[in-house]
Design a protein around this ligand. Structure first.
Ligand code: FES
Length: 198
């Protein structure tokens, strides 16, 4: 091997070592970036988990309570109080206790059974079907019953929302209500049974 060849071999070896170092450096950078990402993820998780827990707890606390005004659940008047003058006999509307719409189990089916202002003309039931938890139809059927769109259960609002047709085997929980002096409607107690699927 002449001197020129030896020098070329030395340059090739040096280049190879430099390539290996570059490769190691790139690998280290990738590992470091990965660790930083994991660190950020853990940091975000550390805040996200308590925030989620707080949100969950606050949802659990937002249950129906006596004195809550009943407000429209949907439509142009969503969030505004329902008055008895707006309900015709044999009609129903879905409402939430004011400020508690975040909890779907608070959805209530409010129904006017008859004309007149007698308190018994107004009834309210959970709008969550006791079969598998679907929301019952807001509009009453032609025969005045409450229907669930999922599997066809029917409930009788004039008889404590008793089951007329299954597969539900439990009445919709009733919610005591009262008519206030200004014609709005307020909750007057708790559901008489657990809401939804049991
Ligand atoms: Fe209502 Fe099945 S969820 S009938």
């Amino acid at each position: 091997m002449d001197e020129q060849q030896r020098q070329q071999q030395e340059r090739d070896a040096a280049d190879a070592i430099a390539d290996i170092r570059d490769g190691e450096l790139a690998t280290r950078r990738r590992v470091l970036k990965g660790l930083i990402r994991i660190g950020y993820g853990a940091f975000a998780l550390a805040f996200a988990i308590p925030a989620l827990a707080i949100k969950t707890l606050s949802l659990e606390e937002l249950t129906v309570a006596a004195g809550d005004a009943l407000v429209y659940a949907t439509g142009d008047r969503s969030g505004q109080p329902v008055t008895i003058a707006e309900l015709s006999a044999g009609s129903g509307v879905q409402v939430f206790p004011n400020g508690k719409a975040d909890n779907p189990n608070n959805l209530v089916q409010l129904i006017r059974l008859a004309d007149g202002d007698a308190p018994e003309s107004f009834v309210a039931y959970s709008a969550i079907c006791t079969h598998l938890g679907c929301t019952v139809n807001a509009t009453l059927e032609d025969d005045g019953t409450i229907a669930c769109p999922c599997h066809g259960s029917r409930f009788d609002p004039a008889a404590g929302a008793a089951v007329l047709n299954g597969p539900a085997n439990r009445a919709l929980p009733a919610l005591p209500i009262r008519v206030e002096d200004d014609g709005t409607i307020a909750v007057d107690g708790d559901f008489d049974a657990p809401v939804g699927v049991q």
